[in-house]
Ligand binder design. Sequence first.
Ligand SMILES: Cc1cc2nc3c(=O)[nH]c(=O)nc-3n(C[C@H](O)[C@H](O)[C@H](O)COP(=O)(O)O)c2cc1C
Length: 144
Amino acid sequence: MPIHAVVYASHVAAELPAERLDALVQDAARFNVIAGVTGLLLFDGERFLQYLEGPDDGLRAAYGRVLIASSHFDIVQLARGLIGSRLAPYWSMTMVGTPRRDLGTIAVADWNSFVRRGSSVKPTAMDHLVRIMDRHRQDECRAG
Ligand SMILES: Cc1cc2nc3c(=O)[nH]c(=O)nc-3n(C[C@H](O)[C@H](O)[C@H](O)COP(=O)(O)O)c2cc1C
């Protein structure tokens, strides 16, 4: 089954207490399980950057919910297209606290066709994202 992916960045709505943010992520994860969608949500306290992957119909449904959510605004789609295989199969949705500078770097990096260069010299956006995924996965495994 072809796997599609989408990435966007957005700004958090002014009033979003931690409990509401947790509830939002849990709600997202519940829907994503049904839709066959996996991915992660980076958050720096001000901005989101979310990576979603899954079958075309499921991804459309989940992303549709994202686009109408009032908890954020100024949604900018950074990339959308087919990817070879899932990069984040472990997470129906997980939120990763990300330093402001790192999120900014990823948002403006090269998202062209989800290319990964695998080099630390001129990393693409996907290189940055995969590094964050690897680190998050290691932290989770360490925490048990
Ligand atoms: C930053 C962000 C990420 C979200 N991610 C997903 C998602 O991955 N899948 C999904 O089905 N809904 C997602 N949603 C929708 C939320 O789970 C929730 O249904 C929605 O935020 C509730 O509406 P409200 O923001 O207007 O209160 C997301 C919403 C936001 C703001």
